[in-house]
Write a protein that binds this ligand. Sequence first.
Ligand code: 4AD
Ligand code: MG
Length: 414
Amino acid sequence: MIRAWVTHLRSSGKIAFAVLRDGTGICQSVFVKSQVPAEVWARFAELTTETSVEITGEARAEPRAPGGVEVGVTDLTVIGPSPSDYPIQPKEHGIDFLLDNRHFWLRSARQRAIAVIRNEVEQGIHDYFYERGFLRVDTPILTAAIGERSGLFATEYFEEGNAYLAQTGQLYGEAAAAAFGKIYTFGPTFRAEKSKTRRHLTEFWMIEPEVAWNDSNDNMRLQEDFVSYLVQRVLERRTTELAELERDVEKLRNIVPPFPRLNYTDAVALVQRKGSDTKWGDDLGAEDEALIVADYDKPVFVFNYPKEAKAFYMKENPDDPRTVLCDDLLAPEGYGEIIGGSQREDDYDKLVARLAEEGLQRDAYEWYLDLRRYGTFTHAGFGLGLERTVAWICGIQHVREVIAFPRLMHRLTP
Ligand code: 4AD
Ligand code: MG
């Protein structure tokens, strides 16, 4: 017996086929008029796309059937009929229409392949850190204005004024690293960014390891090892899904350590040679990132950016105090920055000065400063954007397709 949804129907008058989808895959069911009771044959005629059914019969291997298995039906029950105006039809639909119907769009084979690969990556992340002795720490989502520079979502919080949805778990991750050594966070993060690019969501998932005693070099080594592990794991375990997405897997096989490393200053020189207007001191934009990765077939580290282009918590570079010990990891094929990481400023006075320069309210950060007052320590960490990473591995152009229900600037439903 199978419970499933009908995806495809075909009948010749004497023999009829219904292709079924049960969430794990598809399976063809066959109705032979001369072999099934008359009422079962009549019920077949009622079926439409997405009718939910219960089917009894005998399964047999059938290489010509989609999914490789066929069920010779003996009984059919209609559980939930589906009106003939089911919105998603086998034709080209515009992206807005598909997103409006995301709850149905998820039923397609392509969306299933993406969801399965995302799940593989998520499980890979947990396995990777678990096997290496990292502790997973869940950091708060409701915070008091602490995080990155981008826009904040605010909500009233009892008598405490505004609470803000977390843009990052990092600062809490640092406190946890002082307590537990090696930790990672895995949670939703929120940015009220008015960006309508193919890389921005307002709600996305971020994985943020934080490691006591790691410096910036250790940090980059961990990043390349981690990212390579995730890519190789998907290649090994999710061949069917990568094929469904027509992903060029040769490009992924290449993703093994070490990744090329480019000093920020050299990166600026490179993009200028290629015609960019970017000047030393600017952050690198999406176009610059594309110019940089064009020369490589692996992810590329750009490291040690100018202080003013980056967040207050990054450690000043002792060899060039105009810069900080940080890195962005740029994915190949133009998928952009998938990781932002840094060694953290562990000097109390320098951190206080940076907070002031950035105009940040010191009282919200007192507990964070405490980490430098009581047993300060060398430490480094990074944030991997899950959707950008999965989009790259899947070869999907836009991050909105790799999360079940994307939150975008102009989209809050479904
Ligand atoms: O570079 P970001 O802003 O770094 C941090 O938040 C640090 N606190 C991380 C850390 O050191 N613990 O963000 C990290 C990554 C980016 O590289 C990108 O992959 C992803 O998060 N990201 C987004 N993904 C989708 N939509 C957005 N609006 C994103 N903003 C950042
Ligand atoms: Mg960044």
